[in-house]
Write a protein that binds this ligand. Sequence first.
Ligand SMILES: NC(=O)c1ccc[n+]([C@@H]2O[C@H](COP(=O)([O-])OP(=O)(O)OC[C@H]3O[C@@H](n4cnc5c(N)ncnc54)[C@H](OP(=O)(O)O)[C@@H]3O)[C@@H](O)[C@H]2O)c1
Length: 319
Amino acid sequence: MKAVYCTAYGSPEVLKMVDLPKPTPQANELLIRIHATAVNSGDVRIRKADPWAVRLFFGFSKPKKPILGGVFSGEVVEIGTAVTRFKVGDAVFGSTGMSFGAYAEFKAIKETAALSLKPESVSHTEAAIIPFGAMTALHFIRKAGIQPGQKVLIYGASGAVGSAAVQLAKSFGAEVTAVCSASNADLMKQIGADSVINYQKEKLSVNNTQYDLIYEAVNKLSFSQSIKHLKKGGVLILGAAGLPQMLRAGFARMSGRKVLTGVIKESAEGMNLIKDLIDDGKYQPVLDRTYTLNQIASAHAYVDLGHKKGNVGIQVTAD
Ligand SMILES: NC(=O)c1ccc[n+]([C@@H]2O[C@H](COP(=O)([O-])OP(=O)(O)OC[C@H]3O[C@@H](n4cnc5c(N)ncnc54)[C@H](OP(=O)(O)O)[C@@H]3O)[C@@H](O)[C@H]2O)c1
């Protein structure tokens, strides 16, 4: 099968196409023929070893798991002897989690992983781009105990995680304010934001609005600004926090606000919930650009710029 190896930490040129044997599924695994994957901020962070601590977890001099790619949409082509949830021919989409390996034509994955049947209304590329943002935003929004009618601010709303957070907060009945640059304002309205703030020009709150929940998705808003606009008893999600922000989280708890950080957990239950929202027309894929697997270095170079609108899809086979 064709796959893409991350041969070293560095610029997009470290990504090289290789030929490998097709994986064989274990008893509890499915073999997926991958039709599409995506280039997410998570892949880019590993490719660049950013932050440096990536090397402690993923390999000191180069990634120990050289095939990146954490999401996929495709077809089940083989099943292990103990598999019960899926059958050959099922179209599925999901996340490979920390095993990565989706920059390839095939991937063997446990049937209990974070995957679900693919909604029929979306293409494989549209399905593949969904799990990264959706699983991340769902984890934090549920942990925050979001309630209908709450005022929610999403900062960095036009990225993969932000655009998922806007849609999920709306589906939980919240009143959502999206913060992004002017060029993304129409997109935010289209995915359901009640109001939009241009971070380049406007203040964070009109008439001193205080929010019940602030989801800081891109680590660009200062901690003091976040707290200033958060109600007492409110929740601040620092979804992209580094160590300094995590350390300050303790201080915020003392000031009567709760701060959520950390690494997310994905699940099949979460993926099924996202599938239902898509089927009900309450969640849509936000696809910026699509590249082919051969063009993956160009896709990484685009994501490196830090201003993608939602997600970047990778077509592995024709959709
Ligand atoms: N905790 C976890 O387990 C976990 C899981 C997944 C992801 N993450 C983290 O979450 C973060 C977001 O991921 P992502 O995939 O959503 O990123 P992304 O898609 O690459 O974010 C791109 C977006 O960021 C916006 N942006 C850039 N500068 C901004 C600024 N100064 N103010 C407001 N928005 C700005 C851009 O909008 P404009 O073009 O309009 O500026 C663009 O739409 C990453 O740091 C990732 O590592 C954490």
